[in-house]
Design a protein around this ligand. Structure first.
Ligand code: NAD
Length: 273
Protein backbone atom coordinates (compact mmCIF):
# COMPACT_ATOMS: atom_id res chain seq x y z
CA UNK A 1 0.00 0.00 0.00
CA UNK A 2 1.23 3.50 -0.88
CA UNK A 3 1.85 5.69 2.15
CA UNK A 4 1.62 9.48 2.19
CA UNK A 5 2.34 10.06 5.89
CA UNK A 6 2.91 13.67 7.01
CA UNK A 7 1.57 15.01 3.72
CA UNK A 8 -1.30 17.47 3.39
CA UNK A 9 -3.83 17.56 0.56
CA UNK A 10 -6.47 20.07 -0.50
CA UNK A 11 -9.29 18.48 -2.53
CA UNK A 12 -11.63 20.85 -4.37
CA UNK A 13 -15.18 19.61 -4.83
CA UNK A 14 -14.36 17.15 -2.06
CA UNK A 15 -17.78 17.01 -0.38
CA UNK A 16 -19.17 14.14 -2.44
CA UNK A 17 -18.71 11.93 -5.47
CA UNK A 18 -15.22 11.52 -6.90
CA UNK A 19 -13.73 14.28 -4.71
CA UNK A 20 -15.00 12.62 -1.55
CA UNK A 21 -13.51 9.26 -2.57
CA UNK A 22 -10.17 10.92 -3.36
CA UNK A 23 -10.23 12.66 0.04
CA UNK A 24 -10.93 9.34 1.80
CA UNK A 25 -8.22 7.48 -0.14
CA UNK A 26 -5.65 10.17 0.66
CA UNK A 27 -6.67 10.13 4.34
CA UNK A 28 -6.32 6.34 4.38
CA UNK A 29 -2.82 6.67 2.91
CA UNK A 30 -1.90 8.92 5.84
CA UNK A 31 -2.57 12.45 4.57
CA UNK A 32 -4.22 15.30 6.36
CA UNK A 33 -6.95 16.45 4.01
CA UNK A 34 -8.81 19.74 3.60
CA UNK A 35 -11.88 19.50 1.41
CA UNK A 36 -12.94 22.74 -0.27
CA UNK A 37 -16.47 22.93 -1.61
CA UNK A 38 -19.33 25.31 -2.21
CA UNK A 39 -21.35 23.00 0.01
CA UNK A 40 -19.36 24.12 3.06
CA UNK A 41 -21.29 27.42 3.02
CA UNK A 42 -24.93 27.83 4.03
CA UNK A 43 -25.51 29.73 0.81
CA UNK A 44 -24.46 27.12 -1.76
CA UNK A 45 -25.90 28.07 -5.16
CA UNK A 46 -29.10 26.28 -6.17
CA UNK A 47 -29.32 27.64 -9.70
CA UNK A 48 -27.61 24.83 -11.62
CA UNK A 49 -29.29 22.08 -13.68
CA UNK A 50 -28.81 19.62 -10.79
CA UNK A 51 -28.05 20.15 -7.11
CA UNK A 52 -24.44 20.73 -6.13
CA UNK A 53 -23.10 19.52 -2.77
CA UNK A 54 -24.95 20.45 0.41
CA UNK A 55 -23.65 21.20 3.91
CA UNK A 56 -24.84 17.68 4.84
CA UNK A 57 -22.52 16.20 2.20
CA UNK A 58 -19.64 18.21 3.64
CA UNK A 59 -20.44 17.12 7.20
CA UNK A 60 -20.66 13.45 6.18
CA UNK A 61 -17.25 13.54 4.50
CA UNK A 62 -15.62 15.33 7.43
CA UNK A 63 -17.16 12.76 9.81
CA UNK A 64 -15.71 9.86 7.85
CA UNK A 65 -12.07 10.34 8.94
CA UNK A 66 -10.36 12.19 11.80
CA UNK A 67 -7.82 13.70 9.42
CA UNK A 68 -10.38 15.43 7.16
CA UNK A 69 -11.48 19.05 7.63
CA UNK A 70 -13.54 21.32 5.38
CA UNK A 71 -13.49 24.88 4.16
CA UNK A 72 -15.87 26.91 2.06
CA UNK A 73 -14.49 27.32 -1.46
CA UNK A 74 -15.63 28.66 -4.78
CA UNK A 75 -12.91 27.79 -7.30
CA UNK A 76 -14.07 30.54 -9.68
CA UNK A 77 -13.15 33.24 -7.13
CA UNK A 78 -9.45 34.05 -6.67
CA UNK A 79 -9.82 35.34 -3.11
CA UNK A 80 -11.77 32.22 -2.08
CA UNK A 81 -8.98 30.06 -3.54
CA UNK A 82 -6.36 32.04 -1.59
CA UNK A 83 -8.45 31.69 1.61
CA UNK A 84 -8.66 27.91 1.17
CA UNK A 85 -4.87 27.64 0.89
CA UNK A 86 -4.42 29.82 4.01
CA UNK A 87 -6.96 27.71 5.92
CA UNK A 88 -5.10 24.53 4.91
CA UNK A 89 -1.74 25.94 6.02
CA UNK A 90 -3.24 27.17 9.31
CA UNK A 91 -4.81 23.76 9.99
CA UNK A 92 -2.01 21.44 8.89
CA UNK A 93 1.17 23.49 8.34
CA UNK A 94 1.87 22.59 4.69
CA UNK A 95 0.27 21.85 1.34
CA UNK A 96 1.84 18.97 -0.63
CA UNK A 97 -0.99 17.78 -2.86
CA UNK A 98 -3.57 19.90 -4.66
CA UNK A 99 -6.47 18.01 -6.22
CA UNK A 100 -8.34 20.24 -8.67
CA UNK A 101 -11.47 18.12 -8.82
CA UNK A 102 -14.41 20.59 -8.61
CA UNK A 103 -16.37 20.44 -11.83
CA UNK A 104 -19.83 20.84 -13.31
CA UNK A 105 -21.51 19.41 -16.38
CA UNK A 106 -24.15 20.82 -18.69
CA UNK A 107 -25.42 19.14 -21.83
CA UNK A 108 -27.81 20.20 -24.54
CA UNK A 109 -28.10 20.95 -28.23
CA UNK A 110 -25.85 23.61 -29.67
CA UNK A 111 -28.90 25.48 -30.98
CA UNK A 112 -30.31 26.17 -27.54
CA UNK A 113 -27.30 25.89 -25.21
CA UNK A 114 -27.06 29.14 -23.23
CA UNK A 115 -24.04 31.42 -23.24
CA UNK A 116 -24.32 31.67 -19.44
CA UNK A 117 -24.03 27.88 -19.04
CA UNK A 118 -21.07 27.80 -21.45
CA UNK A 119 -19.27 30.44 -19.39
CA UNK A 120 -19.99 28.75 -16.07
CA UNK A 121 -18.75 25.34 -17.26
CA UNK A 122 -15.47 26.92 -18.36
CA UNK A 123 -15.25 29.06 -15.21
CA UNK A 124 -15.43 26.05 -12.89
CA UNK A 125 -13.70 23.38 -15.01
CA UNK A 126 -10.85 25.50 -16.42
CA UNK A 127 -10.45 28.84 -14.68
CA UNK A 128 -10.88 26.99 -11.37
CA UNK A 129 -7.75 24.94 -12.07
CA UNK A 130 -5.79 28.07 -12.97
CA UNK A 131 -6.91 30.09 -9.94
CA UNK A 132 -6.45 27.27 -7.42
CA UNK A 133 -3.03 26.25 -8.70
CA UNK A 134 -1.88 29.87 -8.80
CA UNK A 135 -3.07 30.33 -5.20
CA UNK A 136 -1.30 27.15 -4.07
CA UNK A 137 1.94 27.53 -6.05
CA UNK A 138 4.15 29.01 -3.34
CA UNK A 139 2.89 26.56 -0.68
CA UNK A 140 3.47 23.64 -3.08
CA UNK A 141 6.96 24.93 -3.87
CA UNK A 142 7.78 25.08 -0.16
CA UNK A 143 6.40 21.55 0.34
CA UNK A 144 8.46 20.23 -2.59
CA UNK A 145 11.58 21.73 -1.04
CA UNK A 146 10.79 20.12 2.31
CA UNK A 147 9.53 16.70 1.14
CA UNK A 148 11.24 16.19 -2.24
CA UNK A 149 8.23 16.77 -4.43
CA UNK A 150 4.69 18.11 -4.48
CA UNK A 151 1.78 17.17 -6.72
CA UNK A 152 -1.13 18.77 -8.55
CA UNK A 153 -3.80 16.40 -9.87
CA UNK A 154 -6.58 17.69 -12.09
CA UNK A 155 -9.78 15.68 -12.57
CA UNK A 156 -10.25 15.93 -16.34
CA UNK A 157 -12.32 13.29 -18.17
CA UNK A 158 -12.44 10.90 -21.10
CA UNK A 159 -14.56 13.77 -22.47
CA UNK A 160 -11.23 15.60 -22.68
CA UNK A 161 -10.01 13.07 -25.24
CA UNK A 162 -13.03 12.60 -27.48
CA UNK A 163 -16.01 14.80 -28.32
CA UNK A 164 -19.61 13.70 -27.67
CA UNK A 165 -22.87 15.09 -29.09
CA UNK A 166 -24.54 17.81 -26.99
CA UNK A 167 -21.43 18.17 -24.86
CA UNK A 168 -19.31 20.83 -26.59
CA UNK A 169 -18.97 23.04 -23.50
CA UNK A 170 -18.07 20.15 -21.18
CA UNK A 171 -15.78 18.38 -23.69
CA UNK A 172 -14.11 21.68 -24.59
CA UNK A 173 -13.48 22.42 -20.92
CA UNK A 174 -11.99 18.96 -20.33
CA UNK A 175 -9.75 19.06 -23.44
CA UNK A 176 -8.59 22.42 -22.06
CA UNK A 177 -7.99 20.88 -18.62
CA UNK A 178 -5.57 18.40 -20.20
CA UNK A 179 -3.75 21.21 -22.04
CA UNK A 180 -3.53 23.21 -18.82
CA UNK A 181 -2.16 20.09 -17.09
CA UNK A 182 0.60 19.66 -19.68
CA UNK A 183 1.58 23.36 -19.62
CA UNK A 184 1.71 23.49 -15.84
CA UNK A 185 3.65 20.20 -15.75
CA UNK A 186 6.34 21.68 -17.99
CA UNK A 187 6.44 24.94 -16.06
CA UNK A 188 6.46 23.51 -12.53
CA UNK A 189 8.83 20.57 -13.11
CA UNK A 190 11.92 22.61 -12.13
CA UNK A 191 10.25 23.24 -8.75
CA UNK A 192 9.73 19.44 -8.37
CA UNK A 193 5.97 19.82 -8.60
CA UNK A 194 4.32 17.12 -10.73
CA UNK A 195 1.09 17.99 -12.55
CA UNK A 196 -1.10 15.20 -13.89
CA UNK A 197 -4.72 14.61 -14.86
CA UNK A 198 -7.06 11.74 -14.08
CA UNK A 199 -9.59 11.01 -16.83
CA UNK A 200 -12.50 9.17 -15.23
CA UNK A 201 -14.80 7.17 -17.48
CA UNK A 202 -18.38 6.79 -16.23
CA UNK A 203 -18.97 7.20 -12.49
CA UNK A 204 -22.50 7.13 -11.07
CA UNK A 205 -22.42 10.49 -9.30
CA UNK A 206 -24.90 13.37 -9.43
CA UNK A 207 -23.55 14.40 -12.83
CA UNK A 208 -24.82 11.19 -14.36
CA UNK A 209 -27.73 10.25 -12.14
CA UNK A 210 -29.26 13.74 -11.88
CA UNK A 211 -28.38 15.16 -15.29
CA UNK A 212 -26.88 13.01 -18.07
CA UNK A 213 -28.76 9.71 -17.64
CA UNK A 214 -31.74 9.42 -20.00
CA UNK A 215 -34.32 8.10 -17.51
CA UNK A 216 -37.80 8.60 -16.14
CA UNK A 217 -36.81 7.13 -12.78
CA UNK A 218 -36.87 9.49 -9.81
CA UNK A 219 -35.50 7.22 -7.06
CA UNK A 220 -31.73 7.07 -6.64
CA UNK A 221 -31.59 3.25 -6.51
CA UNK A 222 -33.60 2.88 -9.72
CA UNK A 223 -31.40 5.41 -11.50
CA UNK A 224 -28.33 3.59 -10.27
CA UNK A 225 -29.62 0.28 -11.63
CA UNK A 226 -30.29 1.83 -15.05
CA UNK A 227 -26.87 3.46 -15.08
CA UNK A 228 -25.16 0.17 -14.21
CA UNK A 229 -27.08 -1.73 -16.91
CA UNK A 230 -26.18 0.80 -19.63
CA UNK A 231 -22.52 0.98 -18.64
CA UNK A 232 -22.07 -2.78 -18.32
CA UNK A 233 -22.81 -3.01 -22.05
CA UNK A 234 -20.66 -0.06 -23.11
CA UNK A 235 -17.50 -0.53 -21.08
CA UNK A 236 -15.01 -3.24 -22.11
CA UNK A 237 -14.23 -4.16 -18.49
CA UNK A 238 -17.97 -4.71 -17.96
CA UNK A 239 -18.70 -2.22 -15.21
CA UNK A 240 -18.89 1.51 -14.64
CA UNK A 241 -16.04 3.14 -12.75
CA UNK A 242 -16.33 3.75 -9.03
CA UNK A 243 -15.33 6.93 -7.27
CA UNK A 244 -12.92 4.69 -5.31
CA UNK A 245 -11.14 3.80 -8.59
CA UNK A 246 -10.32 7.53 -8.84
CA UNK A 247 -9.12 7.59 -5.23
CA UNK A 248 -6.59 4.84 -6.01
CA UNK A 249 -5.35 6.71 -9.08
CA UNK A 250 -4.98 9.94 -7.08
CA UNK A 251 -2.94 8.24 -4.35
CA UNK A 252 -0.65 6.76 -7.00
CA UNK A 253 -0.16 10.06 -8.84
CA UNK A 254 0.38 11.92 -5.54
CA UNK A 255 3.21 9.54 -4.70
CA UNK A 256 4.88 9.23 -8.14
CA UNK A 257 7.72 11.76 -8.07
CA UNK A 258 8.86 11.20 -11.67
CA UNK A 259 5.51 11.02 -13.46
CA UNK A 260 4.29 14.35 -14.81
CA UNK A 261 2.14 15.69 -17.65
CA UNK A 262 0.05 12.55 -18.12
CA UNK A 263 -3.73 12.26 -18.49
CA UNK A 264 -4.47 8.85 -16.98
CA UNK A 265 -7.61 7.11 -18.21
CA UNK A 266 -9.43 5.29 -15.41
CA UNK A 267 -12.18 4.11 -17.67
CA UNK A 268 -12.32 0.32 -17.95
CA UNK A 269 -11.02 0.46 -21.52
CA UNK A 270 -13.76 2.71 -22.91
CA UNK A 271 -11.10 5.26 -23.89
CA UNK A 272 -7.61 4.02 -24.75
CA UNK A 273 -5.90 7.00 -26.37
P1 NAD B 1 -20.29 15.83 -8.30
O1 NAD B 1 -21.25 16.82 -8.83
O2 NAD B 1 -20.78 14.80 -7.36
O3 NAD B 1 -19.05 16.57 -7.61
C1 NAD B 1 -18.61 17.83 -7.97
C2 NAD B 1 -18.30 18.61 -6.71
O4 NAD B 1 -17.77 19.89 -7.08
C3 NAD B 1 -19.54 18.88 -5.85
O5 NAD B 1 -19.26 18.59 -4.50
C4 NAD B 1 -19.80 20.37 -6.06
O6 NAD B 1 -20.44 21.02 -4.97
C5 NAD B 1 -18.38 20.89 -6.26
N1 NAD B 1 -18.32 22.17 -6.97
C6 NAD B 1 -19.02 22.54 -8.08
N2 NAD B 1 -18.73 23.81 -8.41
C7 NAD B 1 -17.80 24.25 -7.50
C8 NAD B 1 -17.11 25.47 -7.31
N3 NAD B 1 -17.31 26.54 -8.11
N4 NAD B 1 -16.23 25.57 -6.27
C9 NAD B 1 -16.04 24.52 -5.43
N5 NAD B 1 -16.69 23.34 -5.55
C10 NAD B 1 -17.56 23.21 -6.57
O7 NAD B 1 -19.64 15.13 -9.58
P2 NAD B 1 -18.38 14.16 -9.75
O8 NAD B 1 -18.75 13.20 -10.81
O9 NAD B 1 -17.88 13.68 -8.45
O10 NAD B 1 -17.33 15.18 -10.41
C11 NAD B 1 -16.02 15.40 -9.91
C12 NAD B 1 -15.10 15.68 -11.09
O11 NAD B 1 -15.02 14.51 -11.92
C13 NAD B 1 -15.58 16.81 -12.01
O12 NAD B 1 -14.48 17.59 -12.42
C14 NAD B 1 -16.14 16.04 -13.20
O13 NAD B 1 -16.14 16.83 -14.38
C15 NAD B 1 -15.21 14.87 -13.27
N6 NAD B 1 -15.69 13.70 -14.02
C16 NAD B 1 -16.78 13.00 -13.62
C17 NAD B 1 -17.17 11.88 -14.34
C18 NAD B 1 -18.36 11.04 -13.96
O14 NAD B 1 -18.67 10.07 -14.69
N7 NAD B 1 -19.05 11.31 -12.86
C19 NAD B 1 -16.46 11.49 -15.48
C20 NAD B 1 -15.37 12.24 -15.86
C21 NAD B 1 -14.97 13.33 -15.11
Amino acid sequence: MIELKDRTALVTGGARGIGRAIALALAKAGCNVMIGDLGASDSAPTDWAYELASSDDVAATVASADSIQATNLNVTDASSCADSVRTTLDAFGSLDILINNAGIVASGPLATFSEADWERVFAVNCKGIFLMTQAAQSALTAAATEHGHAAVINTASIAGKQGYANMSAYCGSKFAAIGITQSMAAELAPAHITVNAICPGMVGTAMWLDHLLPTNATERDAKNDEFEAIMQKQIPMGRPQSAEDMGEAAVYLASAANVTGIALNVAGGVQMG
